[in-house]
Design a protein around this ligand. Structure first.
Ligand SMILES: Cc1cc2nc3c(=O)[nH]c(=O)nc-3n(C[C@H](O)[C@H](O)[C@H](O)COP(=O)(O)OP(=O)(O)OC[C@H]3O[C@@H](n4cnc5c(N)ncnc54)[C@H](O)[C@@H]3O)c2cc1C
Length: 501
């Protein structure tokens, strides 16, 4: 390959084409968000010389934009779980995450994450992340108070409550409002600054540098308009986020997100890390998988309502996690989703933005306004309501705490994608990695010198239906640390020159 070819993530640079190294470091990390920060801290603590390259002018990434809830538990409970009276078991956490991950789950990653989860909580605390010993008991997407512990998944819901004892595992930082992300990144950035870690901002990693054996020796980074060849003696760790901002990649891999859902993330979520890894043989897996939310609660009282599709039929237990509901709603034939609720339970949902498209003193009146089949809607509402009055949901086993009769009058909220309701999404597919953070080929071979973590990889969260808030920042920070440790401890590469291109 000629050195005059335009530098692109999908075209690695041969070491033979490198005239000189502009930088040398043990560990080069691409991306200074949650995963990159944790990788840098651990690699430095393992004794390695570390350099972080961040395309933005500050640290943060999507981690800073997030609520930074982290999903942690097991081993008898984190300090907060125990203080709030929960004795969480590793097996319950493991069984829940295995069921949530379904066919796509990575058992070894889930096992490691569950076994070392309380240790990760203690590490975050030791870094300065504050968590209060209190529980937020409302059904909510995130705690807007400084309370810590809350249910952030579908643990109490069918079918999950049948495979694992429910326990809240979402940990919210001790900060008022939705300000967890800025606090977490401020905390981790301060730890990076305390160590002798070199940080290059406004530095875009363009591609990887390899030798003919396929070993990653460094990365090409653009700084001040100039390409710099960075030699990474131990290896490169890709922590560059996901690809929800790259429309071409979405069209190719995750078409459901191309139109309609609102992409959430930072402008750097363009998939560069995935492409760089793929170009040197890394396997991209579960690329069609994503998180998606229909944030219909709070208010929690809307959970007494029922979701129906174009056929006026229920399709899910409404008490489960908002991403599971959103994912199921998008699978419905006819493409329509309505939330039917008794007026006595209606309160404005601040995050969902769904318009009221019908009201009625009777079900028929409501059906006519919405455009649903009146007989079928009557059957659905009456069947549900009669059973709910007895504390039963024979179809979807909604938890008794959310079951009650639905008296008239009624309102219908249009939760159809594209009709006003907010559906927000980010990608979950990425590079295949081992539990060590090493990147794997399709043949499950380790690519020497290449590591990855966070949304650049396919980590613990693998499906919208099985997602729980806190799994992404939990996974990014946990496996960022793992990758940092593994790469930091790797023996320096010997070979820096190749004989052929
Ligand atoms: C509004 C919102 C709320 C959320 N709330 C939660 C929550 O409460 N809990 C949870 O678990 N998850 C949450 N998420 C998801 C979660 O924040 C992210 O999935 C996770 O933080 C990703 O971490 P990361 O380290 O992989 O990537 P990031 O934190 O995005 O870091 C990647 C970094 O790489 C940089 N970068 C990209 N390309 C390059 C390049 N070529 N060269 C150099 N640098 C590059 C980017 O600029 C960025 O700084 C939320 C997301 C959003 C948007």
């Amino acid at each position: 390959m000629s050195s005059t070819t335009k530098t692109a993530p999908s075209r690695p640079r041969w070491v033979a084409d490198i005239a000189r190294w502009d930088f040398e470091t043990d560990v080069a990390i691409v991306g200074f968000g949650g995963a990159g920060a944790c990788a840098a801290i651990e690699a430095a603590d393992a004794g390695a010389e570390v350099t972080l390259f961040e395309v933005a002018s500050a640290s943060g990434g999507s981690t800073e934009l997030s609520s930074a809830e982290v999903y942690l538990g097991g081993s008898g409970g984190t300090r907060v779980q125990r203080a709030c009276g929960y004795e969480d078991s590793t097996e319950d956490m493991f069984n829940y995450l295995m069921a949530a991950g379904g066919d796509l789950v990575h058992e070894a990653k889930v096992r490691l994450y569950c076994e070392e989860s309380t240790g990760h909580f203690d590490w975050l605390v030791s870094m300065g992340a504050p968590y209060k010993n209190t529980e937020y008991k409302e059904r909510a997407i995130m705690a807007l108070t400084d309370d810590c512990l809350l249910y952030t998944g579908s643990e109490k819901c069918w079918p999950f409550r049948e495979v694992a004892k429910p326990c809240p595992r979402g940990h919210n930082l001790e900060v008022e409002g939705d300000n967890g992300g800025p606090l977490l990144m401020k905390t981790l950035t301060a730890q990076v600054e305390k160590r002798s870690i070199r940080v290059e901002y406004n530095a875009r990693a363009l591609t990887l540098i390899i030798n003919p054996e396929g070993e990653v020796l460094g990365t090409v980074v653009r700084i001040d308009g100039e390409e710099k060849n960075v030699r990474a003696r131990h290896g490169v760790i890709l922590c560059a986020g996901g690809f929800v901002m790259n429309t071409e990649m979405l069209k190719q891999y995750c078409p459901r997100l191309v139109e309609g859902p609102m992409p959430i993330g930072n402008p750097g979520d363009t998939g560069t890390g995935l492409l760089m890894g793929q170009a040197v043989g890394g396997a991209l897996i579960n690329m069609d998988q994503h998180f998606i939310t229909l944030p219909y609660y709070p208010p929690s009282s809307l959970t007494y309502g029922i979701f129906v599709n174009a056929q006026s039929q229920r399709f899910i237990n409404e008490d489960c996690y908002h991403s599971r509901i959103a994912s199921s709603a998008l699978d419905q034939l006819g493409g329509k989703t309505y939330l039917i609720v008794s007026a006595e339970d209606y309160a404005h949902p601040p995050f969902m933005n769904a318009p009221i498209v019908g009201t009625g003193e009777t079900i028929e009146e409501l059906a006519e306004e919405v455009g649903l089949h009146p007989g079928m809607l009557r059957h659905t509402v009456e069947f549900y309501s009669e059973n709910a009055a007895r504390g039963e949901d024979p179809l979807f086993h909604k938890s008794p705490e959310w079951l009650k009769a639905m008296p008239p009058p009624y309102a219908a909220l249009d939760c159809t994608l594209g009709e006003g309701a907010i559906y927000a999404a980010f990608t979950l597919g990425g590079l295949d990695t081992q539990t060590t953070g090493e990147v794997l080929t399709t043949e499950k071979q380790v690519i020497p010198g290449l590591y990855a973590a966070g949304r650049t990889t396919c980590g613990i969260p693998r499906t919208a239906a099985g997602y729980a808030s806190g799994l992404s920042v939990g996974d990014a920070t946990f496996f960022g640390r793992v990758a940092g440790r593994t790469c930091g401890q790797r023996s320096p590469q010997q070979s820096t020159q190749s004989s052929t291109g």
